[in-house]
Design a protein around this ligand. Structure first.
Ligand code: NAD
Ligand code: UDP
Length: 315
């Protein structure tokens, strides 16, 4: 029989967090959502407010938190480059102090804690696909470093708590994920292109659009997180989570134009500093240990995402 758990989701009002809260509630858990609304709107979880098993607390995880829970998913951190670069000091504090606070909580409660790490730990990778054994190629002081190095330091912290205090940690390295409930002004490529296409405004392709990304639909990703959390304490990761189908940014732009039947042009804009040239996960570990493989291809995922933005823009 299912044992109802009380589960803390930090960053629970964000894009991934709001999906995770919904999924955990659906599986008959109590969800405690903690967020400071830095990069999300409270509206993302507004519909859950009256749910008898959902609780929302406004809190910044750089401050300690005293609650009683059975599991923790640590997702709090702005993920879009424009958001994490807006206040880089706060981004590092969220990654490092925030993780330490959540790990202290997990240590006291002796509970499992999942860390939303990122493909950014690989930086601008010199090998592809990226396997977990690859140590990465990161500029330690560039404009992305507040996030990349913050997340790398968080991984080091998680492993230190595991080795020193035996905290059961689960580190998932998430690759570009998209879907409904992304903020229309989020700034990441999928939401930007869809919003621009629906407005018949030019699609802003940075650089020549030859850089690649591998896009995972949100439902697949959440499924992977939940499977990981359900594993034995020995399985710490890191484990890559993403869809290995790789596309150039120009290919993505063309797909969005086709699927929205938009008349938008493409505007080639300057490439931001340190923008990774390629990104593609090796998901052998996720397949082997979690029996997980993504099911939703990019076209299908975009078709599920476009109506969400259409309705947001109408509202
Ligand atoms: P998001 O920006 O939509 O959500 C992050 C949430 O964290 C927001 O609700 C924000 O307000 C909250 N937050 C930020 N700082 C906080 C703080 N100090 N205290 C409390 N709340 C805080 O981003 P997302 O796409 O949902 O990403 C969630 C997590 O997954 C992040 O940790 C991100 O680094 C990681 N991740 C996401 C992706 C992706 O493609 N979506 C890829 C790699 C890693
Ligand atoms: N990008 C783009 N146009 C946009 C937003 C992003 O061409 O309007 C590019 C960006 O330069 C990067 C890729 O799309 O190469 C993915 O960017 P995103 O911000 O979504 O995430 P990243 O993988 O860079 O963290």
């Amino acid at each position: 029989m299912h044992q109802r758990k009380r589960i803390l989701v930090t960053g629970g009002s964000g894009f991934l967090g709001s999906h995770l809260c919904r999924r955990l509630l659906k599986e008959n858990n109590d969800v405690l959502c903690v967020d400071n609304f830095f990069s999300s709107a409270r509206d993302n979880v507004l519909d859950l407010k009256s749910h008898p098993h959902f609780e929302l607390i406004r809190h910044d995880i750089t401050m300690p938190l005293q609650v009683e829970v059975d599991e923790i998913y640590n997702l709090a951190c702005p993920a879009s480059p424009i958001h994490y670069q807006y206040d880089p000091v706060q981004t590092i504090k969220t990654c490092v102090l925030g993780s330490a606070n959540m790990l202290d909580l997990a240590r006291r409660l002796k509970c499992k804690i999942f860390q939303a790490s990122t493909s950014e730990v690989y930086g601008d990778p010199e090998e592809s696909p990226q396997a977990e054994s690859y140590w990465g190629h990161v500029n330690p002081n560039g404009i992305r470093s507040c996030y990349d190095e913050g997340k790398r330091c968080a991984e080091a912290l998680f492993f230190s708590y595991y080795r020193e205090y035996q905290v059961p940690v689960k580190i998932g390295r998430i690759f570009n994920t998209y879907g409904p409930c992304m903020h229309p002004n989020d700034g990441r490529v999928v939401s930007n292109f869809i919003v621009q296409a629906l407005r018949n405004a030019p699609l802003t392709v940075y650089g020549k659009g030859e850089q690649t990304r591998s896009f995972c639909y949100v439902d697949d990703l959440i499924d992977c997180m939940i499977r990981f959390m359900a594993t034995d304490d020995e399985l710490t990761g890191p484990i890559n989570m993403g869809n290995p189908d790789e596309f150039t940014i120009l290919e993505l732009a063309q797909k969005v134009l086709d699927l929205t039947q938009s008349h938008s042009d493409i505007d080639f804009c300057p490439l931001p500093g340190d923008d990774p040239k390629q990104r593609r996960p090796d998901i052998s570990l996720a397949k082997r240990y979690l029996n997980w493989t993504p099911r939703i291809a990019l076209d299908e995922g975009l078709q599920k995402t476009i109506p969400y933005f259409r309705s947001m823009l109408k509202a």
